[in-house]
Design a protein around this ligand. Structure first.
Ligand SMILES: O=C(CO)COP(=O)(O)O
Length: 128
């Protein structure tokens, strides 16, 4: 699967923590990320992540374009609901496109973990 990993600044520690925890399953997939999030996860893990631009500089839009082209299967986007973002329209556009194309998108850690567990289940069922 093609999976995008994105987190707002106050959620970066969280996305790094869950990426480490689920590194084994994530390593079996093709990973993408916005610039800063992807770089930080790569520094903290052995995961390889294709980097787009930083979110405020168009990274969310680049991922949205992939969604519209059928080139993204899952998005983990840990949003900070307590801080206003200069690129809020881009954030909303990405979430909207994920709904248009029915791409699973987690906006918080609990949902992200459920999706990662589902990836593990899918991998187990494929082997059995
Ligand atoms: O702002 C973001 C998503 O809207 C994340 O971008 P960065 O990973 O570049 O910080």
């Amino acid at each position: 699967m093609k999976i995008a990993l994105i987190a707002h600044d106050k959620k970066k520690k969280e996305i790094i923590r869950i990426s480490k925890e689920y590194e084994e399953i994530l390593s079996k997939h093709e990973l993408f990320g916005t610039g800063t999030t992807g770089t930080k996860i790569m520094k903290a893990t052995d995961l390889k992540i294709h980097l787009f631009k930083s979110g405020p500089l168009g990274g969310d839009q680049q991922i949205g374009a992939r969604v519209s082209e059928g080139e993204m299967d899952m998005i983990i986007f840990l949003r900070d609901p307590l801080t206003s973002q200069p690129h809020e329209p881009d954030v909303n556009a990405l979430i909207r496109l994920s709904d248009v194309y029915e791409i699973p998108l987690a906006t918080n850690k609990s949902t992200a973990i459920l999706l990662f567990k589902e990836l593990e289940n899918l991998a187990k069922n494929r082997l059995s």
